[in-house]
Write a protein that binds this ligand. Structure first.
Ligand SMILES: *Cc1c(COP(=O)(O)O)cnc(C)c1O
Length: 416
């Protein structure tokens, strides 16, 4: 039995059958590449679902982990540690928000965000100010609160009842939004760019309407930037690309370069509603995770990675768009920077599996969307390599007369 077969066999017997994994086990990674147990090398356009923005084995991350793990990995939130305050300060400087809470995951950052919005709502408008507005097609995580906000039947089915205080509206439907938000609304929750939902961007007009309605009704505008935030759009926060500032923003995936950490940041007007004992966590904000997150932010700045994401992201977009011109199955390119999707006419999983055999890692979401969430270290030559394999796999070429009707004009590909 190969090492991969042994791993597969054990998982099959002893794990809850929750995952539909691709048929490969990875042993290690280096930069933008992963290696399986046979030593085969794979170019990574997935980055551990957006977590490994610095790829694998970044020397500064390794050094921070080595040094800090020898000093203290975990201390608990009973005591102060050196790095939680520093990281909060840095994230507040970068976002313009005022206070931070650290969790262990994205889902927990969402849970904390809506708990804070409920507290503020009850303070401003009494017990009835508890309603949440979220978007159809969204994804916010797997706990009951986050799942209740997730506007996709497949994630909720079988687990009902959900929180009953959530109203869903369609993305970019300002009229429906107006009808849904009222004086009992305590929060509007949305991803500025749907990630799992298929790389769909909120329009600036829609986000401005969310901002205005939240202000009018003293509700919290909560952005879930767990996937699109912390650099992936070419700005540190996605909201900086759209010009609308939320009251609360949830972040996670890349923040500590693979060490589990999430956070939400809040404006003082909402943050001041919570008191000691009303929220907490055992693991969140430990010295190792916070120190590594500080290193992540320093590396993104000092290695000019936002500029890289904008530049190579624009190149990726251009290359993907050229595929739409050539292949019958390629319908549309969505997203910007290093959060992009190529929409196909047919299920994308077979393409992902064939690409795996060719040594390229892609991901699929919403069945027909090839999703690209590459590490920020990706270069044009890597894009070329991925595109070359896609060209091999996308099948039938269009006849010249067969070009798709242009969809809604593509949003700006580079960040301002
Ligand atoms: C991944 C993700 C989550 C959930 O984060 P976990 O770390 O898996 O709990 C929530 N919202 C968005 C937009 C995500 O991409």
């Amino acid at each position: 039995m190969s090492r991969h077969e042994q791993i597969l066999e054990l998982e099959k017997r002893f794990l809850l059958p929750t995952y539909n994994r691709y048929p490969v086990s990875f042993e290690r990674g280096k930069g933008v590449f992963l290696f399986d147990f046979e030593g085969k090398k794979y170019l990574d356009f997935v980055a551990g679902l957006g977590v490994n923005a610095l790829g694998h084995g970044h020397p500064r991350i390794l050094k921070a982990i080595r040094e800090q793990s020898a000093r203290a990995i975990h201390l608990s939130n009973l005591y102060y540690n050196e790095y939680q305050g520093q990281l909060a300060q840095r994230l507040c400087q970068l976002s313009g928000l005022d206070r931070a809470f650290f969790s262990n995951s994205g889902t927990e950052a969402i849970e904390g965000s809506i708990k804070l919005a409920r507290l503020a709502g009850h303070k401003n408008g009494g017990d009835s100010k508890s309603q949440l507005v979220a978007l159809h097609g969204s994804y916010h995580g797997r706990t009951f609160g986050a799942m209740s906000l997730t506007g996709q039947e497949k994630y909720r089915k079988g687990f009902e009842p959900m929180l009953d205080a959530v109203t869903f509206v369609s993305q970019n439907n300002v009229e429906a939004l107006r009808a849904a938000v009222n004086s009992n609304t305590c929060a509007i929750v949305l991803e500025p760019i749907f990630g799992e939902g298929g790389i769909l961007e909120c329009s600036e007009e829609f986000l401005r309407a969310c901002r205005a309605l939240a202000d009018e009704h003293h509700a919290a505008l909560i952005f879930d930037e767990i996937q699109c935030g912390l650099g992936r759009t070419g700005n540190m926060f996605a909201f900086q690309s759209f010009g609308v500032v939320p009251d609360i923003v949830a972040i996670a995936k890349p923040i500590a370069a693979g060490v589990p950490l999430g956070a939400f940041l809040a404006k003082e007007s909402f943050a001041s509603s919570i008191s000691p004992g009303q929220h907490g966590t055992t693991f969140g904000g430990g010295p190792l995770a916070c120190r590594v997150a500080l290193e992540y932010l320093a590396i993104v700045e000092e290695e000019h990675l936002l500029e890289r994401v904008s530049k190579v992201g624009a190149y990726l977009r251009q290359q993907l768009e050229s595929l739409v011109g050539i292949y019958e199955t390629a319908r549309e390119v969505r997203g910007r920077g290093f959060i992009q999707g190529l929409v196909l006419e047919t299920p994308a999983r077979p393409i992902v599996e064939q690409a795996l055999a060719e040594g390229i890692l892609f991901n699929v979401t919403q069945d027909t969307v090839l999703r690209f969430l590459p590490p920020f270290l990706l270069e044009e030559k890597h894009v070329d390599k991925g595109i070359k394999v896609l060209k091999k796999l996308l099948g039938k070429k269009r006849k010249k007369t067969n070009l798709p009707v242009p969809a809604v004009p593509a949003p700006g590909v580079t960040a301002s």
